[in-house]
Design a protein around this ligand. Structure first.
Ligand code: PLP
Ligand code: SF4
Length: 353
C-alpha cells in the first residue's frame, strides 16, 4: 500500500489509541473491519473534536455495527457498474465519457461508500490491464472525457499518474481529464507541485472533483492543497453525499458550500445516498434533500448551489431530482406556467404565443 502506516489509522486499536472511540467498542469495530475496509488519516483525525460524540468527521470514518445490517433493497453493486464495464478498470455508461479506475485503494475509507464491496481489497490494475483500458478509450472515438476514479486515483505516485495522463494525452478525441478524489482533504500533503503537474497535459483540460461532506474537513492543509490545483490552472468541482447526522441540514450544508466557493471549488453534485449494503442509517429521504436544496437556494449565492442528483439503481445514470420550481397548469387549450421564486412565492409565466 502506498499510504504510509504512520499516517493512517486502520486497525481498531489505532482508532482507540487516537481517542476516536472507546476500548469497549473494539470488538464491534473489529467485526465491521473484517467485512469492510477501515482507514482514516491522521490529518483528518486531527480535525475531529474528541468531546463531540456526534463529530461529523468521526461519523464518516469510525465504523458502527449498523454497517453489518443489509436491507433487501441494498446491493453490492448499487448502480450496476459491473454490467457497464467492457474491460477491467473501465465503466462506460454514458456515450461521451468513461470512468477509468486505476486502483481500488483509497487514502481513507468512508463508511457509506457506494463501492464499499470493492474498495480496499483489490490490487491496482496491472500494466497489461491498464494498457487494455487505455486501448478501449483509444478505440472509442465518442469518448470525449475520461474520469479517473476508483478507489482514489491520487494515492498513486505522480510518476504513475503522469504515465496515465500522458497515455490519454496521445488520444486526440479525449479532450477532458477529470479526477475524482478525496485526497486533498484526506491526505493534503500528497498534493505536491509534482502531483499537480502530473495531471496536466498540453491541449487537454484537467478538472479535479473533490469529495467532501462537511466544512470542517476543509482545514488549513486541505485549503492549501485545493489552492495548489486552482493556482496551477486546474479548476475544481465538488461532490457531496447527503448523510444523516453529518450534513443533513441547511446550515451545515450551506456552510460547506460557502467554504468550497471561498476555496475556489465550484459545488457540482449533492448525491442522494446510494443503496450500498449496510448504509441505511446514512440515508435521508428525497424530500429532505429537496427541502435543504430549496433552503440553500433561498439564502445563498448561486455559486453555492450544487445539483441534487440520484444515481438510479440498475445503472441508468444520474438524474437531477429537484426541487422543481416550475409547473405547467392547463385548463383546456390554455397552458400557464407557475414558477416559484427564492422566497417560495409563486408567479405565473405566460406560454409561448
Ligand atoms: C457518475 C458517472 C459519470 C460522471 O457523470 P457526470 O454527470 O458527467 O458527472 C460518468 N460515468 C459513470 C459510469 C458514472 O457513474
Ligand atoms: S474515498 Fe471515495 S471510493 Fe474511497 S471509500 Fe471514500 S467514497 Fe469510497
Amino acid at each position: 500500500m502506498k499510504t504510509s502506516a504512520r499516517k493512517t489509522l486502520s486497525r481498531p486499536a489505532d482508532l482507540v489509541s487516537a481517542g476516536l472511540t472507546s476500548a469497549q467498542r473494539m470488538d464491534e469495530i473489529g467485526r465491521v473491519a473484517q467485512r469492510y475496509a477501515v482507514a482514516l488519516t491522521t490529518d483528518l483525525a486531527e480535525l475531529i473534536d474528541r468531546d463531540d460524540p456526534r463529530d461529523p468527521i468521526a461519523r464518516q470514518f469510525v465504523p458502527v455495527s449498523g454497517e453489518l445490517d443489509t436491507e433487501p433493497q441494498e446491493s453490492a453493486d448499487p448502480i450496476s457498474d459491473e454490467a457497464h464495464s467492457p474491460v477491467a478498470g473501465i465503466v462506460h455508461r454514458y456515450p461521451d465519457r468513461v470512468l477509468l479506475m486505476p486502483t481500488h485503494l483509497c487514502a481513507v475509507y468512508c463508511r457509506f461508500c457506494f463501492r464499499r464491496e470493492v474498495v480496499g481489497g483489490q490490487r491496482s490494475l496491472n500494466r497489461a490491464e491498464l494498457a487494455s483500458a487505455i486501448a478501449y478509450i483509444r478505440d472509442h472515438q465518442e469518448v470525449w472525457e475520461v474520469i479517473l476514479s476508483g478507489g482514489d486515483p491520487l494515492i498513486l505516485s505522480p510518476r504513475r499518474l503522469k504515465a496515465i495522463v500522458d497515455a490519454l494525452a496521445k488520444i486526440d478525441h479525449v479532450k477532458v481529464i477529470r479526477v475524482h478524489t478525496r485526497v486533498p482533504v484526506a491526505d493534503p500533503e500528497r498534493v505536491t507541485p509534482a502531483l499537480v503537474q502530473a495531471l496536466k497535459a498540453t491541449g487537454k483540460a484537467t478538472y479535479v472533483a473533490l469529495h467532501v461532506n462537511h466544512a470542517r474537513e476543509l482545514g488549513p492543509k486541505a485549503r492549501v492543497a485545493c489552492a495548489r490545483f486552482v493556482d496551477a490552472g486546474v479548476p475544481m468541482l465538488s461532490q457531496t453525499v447527503l448523510l444523516r447526522g453529518v450534513n443533513d441540514d441547511a446550515e451545515s450544508l450551506g456552510e460547506l458550500m460557502r467554504t468550497l466557493v471561498e476555496c475556489r471549488v465550484k459545488p457540482y453534485y449533492l448525491h442522494h445516498g446510494d443503496l450500498a449494503p449496510g448504509t441505511a442509517h446514512w440515508r435521508t429521504s428525497i424530500e429532505q434533500g429537496q427541502s435543504i436544496m430549496r433552503s440553500m437556494r433561498g439564502r445563498l449565492s448561486g455559486l453555492c448551489q450544487p445539483t441534487f442528483v440520484l444515481d438510479i439503481p440498475g445503472g441508468h445514470g444520474k438524474s437531477p431530482i429537484g426541487p422543481n420550481y416550475i409547473s405547467a397548469t392547463s385548463n383546456g387549450a390554455n397552458c400557464q406556467y407557475e414558477v416559484e421564486d427564492f422566497k417560495g412565492r409563486r408567479h405565473s409565466y405566460p406560454p409561448r404565443a
